[in-house]
Design a protein around this ligand. Structure first.
Ligand code: MG
Length: 358
């Protein structure tokens, strides 16, 4: 493994393809949740050469690979593009999309018969932490509160509630092949974030490393959108592992790490949205499990989940305390609160039964 080098731009004229006198020029490629380092691209001539090397590392066939943020003159770089002509930086991060042949064949197998990928393992609705180990987990959280550094991007705003969002399958289909990140973005993402920003500080928490969170947010246009600002990013280092007798060791996102560092947020004003229920095992009452956004090409014309969850967030934003809510029933809350509004307007005597936990 090489030591990290400063991020210097190798411009169009600085490429020395013989590799004899140039210093090594590395790249990082993220694919399917894994990171691969290309230690030196100086010996490679074209994008196709790079893809061939990636095929040897990942098993994804050259023709199936899409390097999402590898562009040349503003467009997705074609296979015959010469690497030395592209302004690739040392240590640059590329996102690769593409499926293995065996996975393409397995598309015809019903999901319930496919082998479980541990990363996607979820727990059932009624799953609870073993009580006897709670103390151990609280200790782990305390340690994270002391030692973990949350990446603050914009200051928290007084009086706002907190919305914590997962990325993969919640905001973005990270496993489908596409030409542009926009094709994989969950529909209405920017509308959802813009509307939520009015009442909530927004945090992103993803089970990957900080550099990939920054990169994904950049690719989706979240970090540059003028309509809202992200308060902070939290990465996999803030997660803790817990042992579930039935499922083995799973990694979860304990909100206590955030609450310990930002005392203005608590179970009373925080909601976490994730496609995996297990991520909020340490604070199940604060979690809303969203349907995963997968198969983007099929679903991106019909998925309205963010619009609907956004409506729920807007409604509950009026409450002083979230700790009586049951987010499992968020869809009913929408309907009940609409019908009770209708009742009120008809008789002016209705009461909002909504979805309190009782
Ligand atoms: Mg996810």
């Amino acid at each position: 493994m090489e030591v990290s080098r400063p991020e210097t731009a190798l411009g169009a004229d600085s490429g020395q393809k013989d590799g004899s006198s140039s210093s090594p020029h590395n790249l990082f490629v993220k694919w399917s949740g894994k990171e691969f380092e290309i230690e030196d691209i100086n010996g490679l001539e074209t994008v196709r050469d790079l893809k061939q090397l990636l095929q040897s590392k990942t098993g994804v066939h050259v023709d199936r690979q899409k390097l999402l943020n590898l562009t040349y003159e503003g467009k997705l770089a074609q296979d015959d593009c010469v690497l030395a002509k592209m302004s690739l930086k040392v240590g640059q991060k590329l996102m690769m999309m593409g499926s293995l042949e065996k996975d393409i064949e397995s598309v015809n197998i019903p999901p319930e018969e496919r082998p479980n990928v541990n990363n996607d393992l979820d727990v059932p609705d009624d799953c609870e932490l073993p009580v006897e180990s709670q103390e151990v987990y609280m200790k782990k959280i305390e340690r994270r509160v002391k030692e973990y550094k949350i990446s603050v991007i914009n200051p928290s705003r007084p009086g706002k509630k907190l919305l914590v969002l997962d990325i993969d399958y919640t905001l973005f289909d990270h496993r489908t092949t596409a030409e542009t990140p926009g094709e994989l973005m969950r529909p209405f993402l920017h509308e959802f974030l813009t509307a939520s920003y009015e009442h909530y500080d927004i945090a992103i928490w993803s089970a990957t490393s900080m550099k990939w969170i920054h990169e994904k947010m950049r690719l989706l246009g979240v970090s540059s959108n003028p309509q809202y600002k992200i308060a902070f990013h939290v990465d996999f280092m803030a997660m803790i592992s817990i042992h579930m007798p039935k499922y083995g060791v799973v990694n979860v996102k304990p909100l206590g790490v955030i609450w310990g560092q930002f005392p203005q947020y608590s179970a009373k004003n925080t909601i976490m949205i994730d496609d995996l229920r297990r991520n909020f095992l340490m604070n199940p009452q604060s979690g809303l499990r969203i349907r995963p956004f997968k198969s983007a090409h099929t679903n991106r014309h019909s998925d309205t989940e963010l619009l609907r969850v956004g409506g729920y967030l807007r409604k509950i934003a009026k409450l002083d305390d979230f700790s009586n809510l049951n987010h499992k029933k968020w869809e009913t809350y929408e309907r009940k609160s609409n019908s009770s509004k209708r009742r009120r307007s008809q008789s002016s005597s209705g009461t909002d039964s909504s979805n309190s936990k009782r």
